[in-house]
Design a protein around this ligand. Structure first.
Ligand SMILES: Cc1cc2nc3c(=O)[nH]c(=O)nc-3n(C[C@H](O)[C@H](O)[C@H](O)COP(=O)(O)OP(=O)(O)OC[C@H]3O[C@@H](n4cnc5c(N)ncnc54)[C@H](O)[C@@H]3O)c2cc1C
Length: 379
């Protein structure tokens, strides 16, 4: 006999996006349940945890999860030329994802959300008036369901949401490597991140998070990056490196019957950097708003699909175009672009105001216009 529970909304997945959606809905006085397949949240999440400071201004996020504040970034070309971005203010934070995820869920629970662990949702059915969310031992009845399952797309296949257009792989290891406590390093080069980039991000107690985001063989490329850019440290074993897929592009559909898909589950991830927290939280707000309007005044739940795509689809497309272009660039091409930027103060002065931590299309357009001309001239 299955245990039955009734809610206005059931959220599937207690990652940051699921917990934040549940929190927003509880704040709107709905009865909300959140169902998570793991024992708890935030234990050993694989993520660098870099979030722009604007996210902390815009969303109600746990400040106590911040480990480091970032006020500069240095970009390294394949040969080691450097470009320094130093805006004289903190523009990003590095959070401890374990603490971040746990605190977000706690906020949701303190707002009245019921949380259920070790419950893997295996199916969601809509019978014309309510949804049944099914786990092995329970059924949850809800007027609307939010799927926030991250890169677990098993439910998508059953429900017809499709999968993201593509995937990248994020590989990362924590090492005791001295780095400036408030500066991130971005390393570009075909030898360790073909068509993409690697990073060294300060974490706590003198350790750094070192990673690459690539199309395949992340462990191999990350070891190359460490060998070339970190230097003399004890050899890093492949088993110390962790790898996880990152959605690169949206799912085909993110709203059907009374079910909405939010966060990485919907492919709401920056296609440039693989960062998923800001876009996921933004879409959590959009989803909570649409659900409220639907349940209180009968507005269409499908408006969610239109609203989030209007906000983000162009950014996601442009990032993917940049990735295709970057795969075609040789290390020599990249050197030329670095040299050009270093030698053209006026070009940089026009670039700087276009930089935004969360929206990259403006910078990409500016660079593409300048560089397509530059690269044509040189080929
Ligand atoms: C190496 C690496 C570095 C990254 N660095 C950054 C970064 O610096 N900044 C940034 O913004 N992003 C970064 N990301 C991406 C970021 O981690 C994700 O985009 C983010 O975690 C997505 O949040 P989410 O809540 O959508 O999904 P998740 O955090 O994946 O949470 C999904 C939850 O759903 C649960 N779940 C799944 N299926 C079911 C089911 N059927 N039933 C019940 N529960 C289920 C899971 O157990 C999980 O708890 C990085 C990713 C990687 C791999």
């Amino acid at each position: 006999m299955k245990c039955k529970r009734r809610y206005d909304i059931v959220v599937v997945g207690a990652g940051p996006v699921g917990s934040y959606t549940a929190y927003l809905l509880a704040q709107k006085s709905f009865k909300v349940g959140i169902v998570e397949k793991k024992d708890g949240v935030g234990d050993g999440v694989l993520c660098t945890g870099v979030i722009g400071t604007k996210a902390f201004d815009r969303f109600d996020l746990p400040g106590e999860s911040v480990v480091t504040k970032i006020d500069s970034a240095v970009f390294f070309s394949p040969s080691g030329q450097k470009l320094l971005y130093e805006p004289n203010e903190v523009f990003a934070c590095v959070v401890d994802r374990d603490v971040f995820d746990q605190r977000l869920l706690r906020k949701a629970v303190e707002s009245g959300v019921d949380a259920f662990f070790r419950h893997r949702v295996s199916d969601i059915e809509y019978n014309g008036s309510y949804c049944s969310v099914k786990t092995r031992g329970s059924v949850y009845h809800a007027r609307a369901v939010v799927v926030a399952t991250g890169v677990d797309y098993c439910l998508h296949d059953r429900l017809g949401f499709g999968r993201p257009d593509g995937f990248l792989y994020g590989s990362q290891v924590d090492l005791s490597v001295p780095s400036l406590p408030s500066r991130v390093e971005v390393h570009i080069g075909q030898d360790f991140a073909p068509g993409s980039f690697g990073w060294i991000v300060p974490f706590r107690n003198g350790s750094s998070r070192i990673g690459v985001i690539v199309q395949k063989e992340g462990k191999v490329w990350l070891r190359n990056l460490i060998a070339k850019r970190v230097g003399k440290i004890p050899p890093v074993q492949a088993c110390d490196i962790r790898v996880k897929p990152i959605a690169c592009g949206p799912v085909k559909r993110s709203s059907k019957d009374r079910v909405l898909v939010v966060g990485e589950a919907a492919g709401q991830v920056k296609t440039t950097t693989g960062g998923g927290i800001y876009y996921g939280l933004l879409c959590a707000e959009i989803a909570a708003d649409c659900i409220e309007k639907n349940l209180r005044s009968g507005c269409r739940l499908d408006d969610y699909e239109v609203a989030w795509r209007s906000a983000l689809a162009a950014e996601l497309d442009i990032g993917r175009n940049l990735r295709s272009l970057a795969l075609k660039l040789s290390d020599q091409d990249i050197e030329r672009l670095f040299t050009f930027a270093k030698q053209n103060r006026f070009w940089v002065e026009l670039l700087i105001p276009r930089i935004d931590f969360d929206y990259h299309s403006d910078v990409i357009f500016y660079c593409m216009k300048s560089f397509s001309h530059l690269l044509q001239l040189n080929h």
